[in-house]
Design a protein around this ligand. Structure first.
Ligand code: 13P
Length: 250
């Protein structure tokens, strides 16, 4: 049985004071949650939020990291820095990183391996753009991103990987993939994991859906056979929206 995993990606929102206030609300309201819950604040808020969620059931995430451990990389953040701040997991290959900042599958794969090598959990994001969906390429795009993202990852390390299917056209747009459309892609993704690893690895892989997840669509999405959680953007910024998503019941 896969454990539901609800993650909040706070993107480039909130000052440290605002982030701490939200984290405190989540800690008090989600202490009894049966689901795995993570928050991923911006880099400037990780330390402060980390102090709030330390020793609670809420995990600490980061939204990105560099492809190398250290060096002359102005503006980048190293896995070593994230580890030192107590980060548990890192979101990699988010569509905004891929399509706004030009990250390639190869870069994403390098980051995935580096994070795993340092014992971080990884949320590997995959998802097609609108034109790719309209051209009937959604499955092929997700398949390729999944294969490339996981290249060189051992089956033992795979236990620390979550895949997040985030159709680019559904992010921040209010458009959600229908539960069936999302489940179809999740099923394809699980099939890729099976072909690369094993039946067991595919069965155990947590696959989150992301893209305009809200309290009123969370239950239906998460009720689908292959949808094991959510990667939430906009609705993760307010406790009154994130708490009901994180507490939905299957
Ligand atoms: P929204 O929930 O705002 O659509 O964002 C989804 C997302 O990109 C999470 O990583």
């Amino acid at each position: 049985m896969r454990r539901t995993f609800i993650a909040g990606n706070w993107k480039m929102h909130k000052t440290p004071a605002e982030a701490v206030a939200l984290a405190k609300e989540l800690v008090s309201e989600l202490s009894g949650s049966s689901h795995k819950v993570l928050v991923a604040p911006s880099f400037t808020c990780i330390q402060a939020v980390g102090e709030v969620v330390k020793d609670t059931n809420i995990l600490l995430g980061a939204q990105n990291m560099a492809t190398v451990e250290e060096g002359a990389h102005t503006g980048e953040t190293s896995v070593l820095m994230l580890k030192a701040l107590g980060v548990d997991a890192v979101i990699l290959g988010h569509s905004e990183r891929r399509h706004v900042y030009g990250e390639t599958d190869e870069m994403v794969n390098t980051k995935v391996k580096l994070a795993l090598q340092h014992g971080l959990e990884v949320i590997l994001c995959v998802g097609e753009k609108l034109e790719e969906r309209e051209a009937g390429q959604a499955e092929a795009v997700v398949e390729l991103q999944t294969k490339e993202g996981l290249k060189g990852v051992s089956e033992a390390d795979l236990a620390k990987v979550t895949i997040a299917y985030e159709p680019v056209w559904a992010i921040g747009t209010g458009k959600t993939a229908t539960p069936q459309d999302a489940d179809d892609i999740h099923k394809v993704t699980r099939g890729v994991v099976k072909s690369l690893y094993s039946d067991k690895a595919a069965e155990e892989m947590i696959i989150q859906y992301g893209g305009s997840v809200k309290p009123d669509n969370a239950t239906e999405l998460m009720g689908m056979e292959n949808i094991d959680g959510a990667l939430v953007g906009g609705a993760a910024l307010k406790a009154e929206l994130f708490v009901p998503i994180a507490q939905y019941d299957k």
